[in-house]
Design a protein around this ligand. Sequence first.
Ligand SMILES: NC(=O)c1ccc[n+]([C@@H]2O[C@H](COP(=O)([O-])OP(=O)(O)OC[C@H]3O[C@@H](n4cnc5c(N)ncnc54)[C@H](O)[C@@H]3O)[C@@H](O)[C@H]2O)c1
Length: 394
Amino acid sequence: MADARQIKVGIVGLGLVARSHLKGYLAHPQAEVVAVCDLDEQNAHAFARQHHIPQVYTSYEQMLANADIDVVDIGTPTFLHAPMALQAARAGKHIHCEKPFCRSVGEGLEVCAEVEQRGVKLLVGETYVFLASHLKARELIEAGQIGKPLQLRQRHGAWLERPGALLHGGPAQRNWRVDPAKSGGGAYPWIFDHAVHFFATAEYLIPGSHIAQIYSVPARQAQAPGQRGAAHDPYTAAEVDIPLITWTYEDPACQGVWMRAERLNGKYDYLRGFSTSVVGEKGLIEVLGEGGGNLFWEGKQQHLILHRDGQPTRCFRFEEGGDEVWDSEISYYSQGHVNQVRHLLDSILQDTQPRYNGRDGIHAVRCTLAAIRSAQEGRPMRVDDIGAAYTAYA
Ligand SMILES: NC(=O)c1ccc[n+]([C@@H]2O[C@H](COP(=O)([O-])OP(=O)(O)OC[C@H]3O[C@@H](n4cnc5c(N)ncnc54)[C@H](O)[C@@H]3O)[C@@H](O)[C@H]2O)c1
């Protein structure tokens, strides 16, 4: 019988990403956000007023102790993810935790042990595996449309902000993103924050695969100062940039590459945002991801193109209203996050395991740490060689 109860949610960290999460709860008939928490009291009250949320906290511990909630939604800066998730699990709450899930493998494993012991659900916010265009690519691959997928090529062009995008806080309030320890990334804060997405996608689009070894190519020269990315981010010229990351999978037939060329690292690519080509034995998929744009076939903008050897090319578009942060037709901050939140709520209601959990989140962090260590040491790194205590900042 269907579980008809209402799921009560408390959100901690009311910045950029929290607004997308809220959308997901508002869109679900059995969810209700009853409490919010942020260190910035004014922001917390404004957020609650705007969305008719009755309880406001400035202390996470007090929200956990006093609010009648089933789910804790964690959208705080990265260094707080694992500690807050651990507290939530101890309090018996289900958890939606943003990526990167942890800053070391050990920190993540401690949370997973608690989650598994308490029997609560944990979904790590890996939005790339909940994005309509990526879901379709995976469906086509599983249906055998390109034969065995063998090579994955990811391109990272500029993320261009939508004019007038409504965002809380500017770069000054988001300086944790460039702090070596708070971001978790040491000298590579941008990479640590984003590469989890790239590795998760690299395994999602080669179903059943695991990345075994990673080799990064760091930039040898600092970029000219003054380059800027999105106005809401504190990143300027990526002084210590990694423009190329390559990897091999456990299956020796498969390999992958991620290439970054955008104004933030002093380069130009016509293809915008994140995009992936999946090369198979008998076909190739080109698909846009977060902030993607400028993928054309026969003069028309497409979101996914399926090329097959000896068969007509097929094109797909996903009409989901575009994005509210990036100037892109791909609905990432909107529908991608709504899909992700819905998946967690349905996992709770149906008592099933979320399909992207803490152990998946740890694996993506482990790959990211291997990429950073490879750049630092100038040699390929096996993912399994990243120990439980290793961090990029110490
Ligand atoms: N999955 C995605 O697509 C996606 C997108 C954006 C951000 N993120 C992740 O979400 C996290 C947050 O990013 P953001 O851009 O929303 O950050 P942000 O800086 O805009 O917001 C963080 C909020 O947390 C609050 N905060 C900080 N410490 C707190 C504490 N101890 N208790 C309560 N509130 C506290 C801050 O006041 C701020 O309002 C990051 O880890 C980021 O990587 C994920």
